[in-house]
Design a protein around this ligand. Structure first.
Ligand code: 4NP
Length: 157
């Protein structure tokens, strides 16, 4: 029997900085490793709906050979609880906002803070880089690079 596709949704506030970076990094690694993973991202706000990722996010990943220019922002919907096996929140306010939309424990159980993948990183948030500079985007990259490595190991076990 064919292995079932793992479906992963990355969520932040605007869906133009952290979550498209997380999606792009995971999509890139899954392709490299030949893993059948469906990736998507969404925002808890609709502020940037339809927009491409922030140019600083695109540039940061382009330097590593990862292209996210094709991604477009969209808001998180309740239907995402059924459409995805794993829903990763970038920070604690994203986490709370997603949980508020969950209707039962099964839906709640799909939601995790992404840095909780990394041992010892209890409820650490990926800091919002929107009002920051290159250094903040670099920090986001480093955190998400580590978390996505752990995730891929976890699902390959
Ligand atoms: P993100 O960053 O949640 O990582 O996409 C932000 C993008 C836009 C805004 C805030 C955070 N904003 O206030 O418009």
């Amino acid at each position: 029997m064919a292995q079932q596709k793992t479906r992963v949704l990355m969520v932040c506030l605007g869906n133009i900085c952290r979550s498209p970076m997380a999606e792009g990094i995971l999509r890139h690694k899954a392709k490299e490793q030949g893993l059948d993973i469906e990736t998507d991202s969404a925002g808890t706000s609709h502020w940037h709906e339809g927009e491409a990722p922030d140019r600083r996010a695109i540039q940061n990943l382009r330097e590593r050979g990862i292209d996210i220019a094709d991604l477009r922002a969209r808001p998180f919907h309740h239907s995402d609880f059924q459409a995805f096996d794993y829903i990763f929140a970038m920070d604690s306010s994203n986490y709370e906002n997603i949980l508020q939309l969950a209707r039962d424990d099964e839906e709640r159980s799909r939601v995790r803070m992404i840095m909780n993948l990394v041992e010892g990183n209890e409820n650490v948030s990926v800091p919002d880089p929107y009002y920051g500079g290159e250094m903040q985007f670099q920090r986001v990259y480093d955190m998400l690079d580590e978390a996505t490595d752990v995730f891929l190991k976890e699902i390959s076990l």
